[in-house]
Ligand binder design. Structure first.
Ligand code: NAD
Length: 349
């Protein structure tokens, strides 16, 4: 599919591309919707097999951000950026500075933050070229790494599902399989371990799974075995499309609730999970803690306010799960409906 076909497939009006020969920067900024405010969303820096993969990643992620902001009650639109990680040697600082200039040219229409493959140091470099960046150091008005907030929200979402499905308010000996123990997965394990949960983890980086074993007593399994671990909760915290035709039949859990964006390979997989009696916490709702945190940064950072709003993810997830149960509809569809209702009513006001 060509660029415009992809844009119409994902319902887009605006995508910005930048190639900077001097640094090797190849970047995409996808702005899905700015009716609620300037688009806000992270910058992903990973390898892609094809340019189309990078474009589709940006388009799917930014669309998710529109829904995430709407359902969480945040006055921002949905945007996301992707920098295609070069296969050849590159100067990271120069690359992110060039990306900052690209952002600056958009005049605040899109505000960036961290995502997979980027971190605080990268945002600090971006900051040298533009003010439209969040996730920078506290001494620069920033809130630092958003991952602990994302993990806090995911933990609250897990609590809501556990309450609804299992009738429990505690996590003692709750079994949780975490796929990917990077920034968010690590902090999620920390939260869950502190509450008495028993963890199983898998990560392509053995150092990360070993750290979870060392610090939280997590059992480490092979990458492909994480799907079939017998557990109460499966928490996808790696990259997208973890829930697909190949993996859903292998799940051995009551609840799927994790941080990854775009967990469902296709929307119909939300229906598949429901048919199998698995309660799914919609990704863009449960993982909104990081967005809450960086959105707070845009208006003047206050950690207490960000924390209070992140804790409310419990209520949003509980409402979705309850409504889905009553309507006998997939939670993913109910979340979309609530987000669309909020988008429409906010725009009409
Ligand atoms: P990260 O890159 O720090 O962590 C991802 C981890 O997953 C890495 O340790 C990586 O080695 C591992 N991984 C990759 N493929 C894997 C596989 N097939 N099996 C097992 N492990 C695998 O990224 P992150 O910031 O922790 O984000 C994780 C997910 O959560 C992403 O989908 C991201 O978009 C989403 N998310 C992150 C935030 C945030 O605050 N960082 C906010 C919202 C959503």
């Amino acid at each position: 599919m060509g660029v415009f076909d992809q844009m119409s497939h994902y319902d887009y009006g605006e995508v910005h591309l930048k190639r900077d020969a001097a640094t090797g920067l190849q970047a995409i900024i996808a702005i899905h919707d700015s009716r609620l405010g300037p688009a806000l969303g992270g910058c992903r820096f990973i390898h892609y097999e094809t340019e189309e993969d990078a474009l589709v990643d940006a388009l799917r992620l930014a669309r998710g951000m529109t829904y995430k902001a709407a359902i969480t009650g945040i006055a921002h639109g949905g945007g996301k950026s992707v920098i295609i990680k070069p296969r050849q040697e590159f100067d990271r600082a120069a690359l992110f500075r060039a990306f900052g200039s690209f952002l600056d040219d958009l005049g605040g229409h899109y505000i960036t933050a961290e995502d997979s493959g980027t971190g605080l140091e990268d945002m600090e470099i971006v900051r040298t070229a533009t003010k439209h960046v969040t996730g920078v150091k506290p001494e620069h008005g920033g809130s630092g790494d958003p991952s602990p907030f994302t993990a806090l929200g995911v933990r609250r979402g897990i609590e809501a599902c556990v309450k609804y499905v299992m009738g429990r308010s505690d996590m003692d000996n709750l079994t949780v399989a975490v796929q990917g123990v990077g920034h968010v997965g690590y902090h999620l394990c920390k939260e869950l371990h502190a509450m008495g949960a028993k963890l199983t983890v898998a990560d392509i980086d053995p150092l990360k799974s070993e750290r979870a074993n060392r610090e939280f007593g997590a059992e480490v399994v092979e990458l492909d075995d994480i799907y079939s671990v017998e557990c109460d909760v499966f928490a996808p915290c790696a990259l997208g499309s973890a829930l697909n035709d190949g993996t859903i039949p292998r799940l051995n859990c009551k609840i799927v609730a994790g941080a990854a964006n775009n967990q469902l390979a296709e929307p119909r997989h939300g229906e598949d999970l429901m048919q199998r009696g698995i309660c799914y916490a919609p990704d863009y709702t449960i993982n909104a803690g990081g967005l809450v945190n960086v959105a707070q940064e845009v208006i003047g950072y206050d950690a207490d306010k960000a924390r209070d709003k992140t804790l409310q993810i419990y209520d949003t997830i509980y409402e979705i799960v309850e409504r889905a149960d009553t309507a006998m509809a997939p939670t993913s569809r109910i979340a979309d409906t609530i987000a669309e209702e909020r988008l429409r009513s906010a725009v009409q006001r």
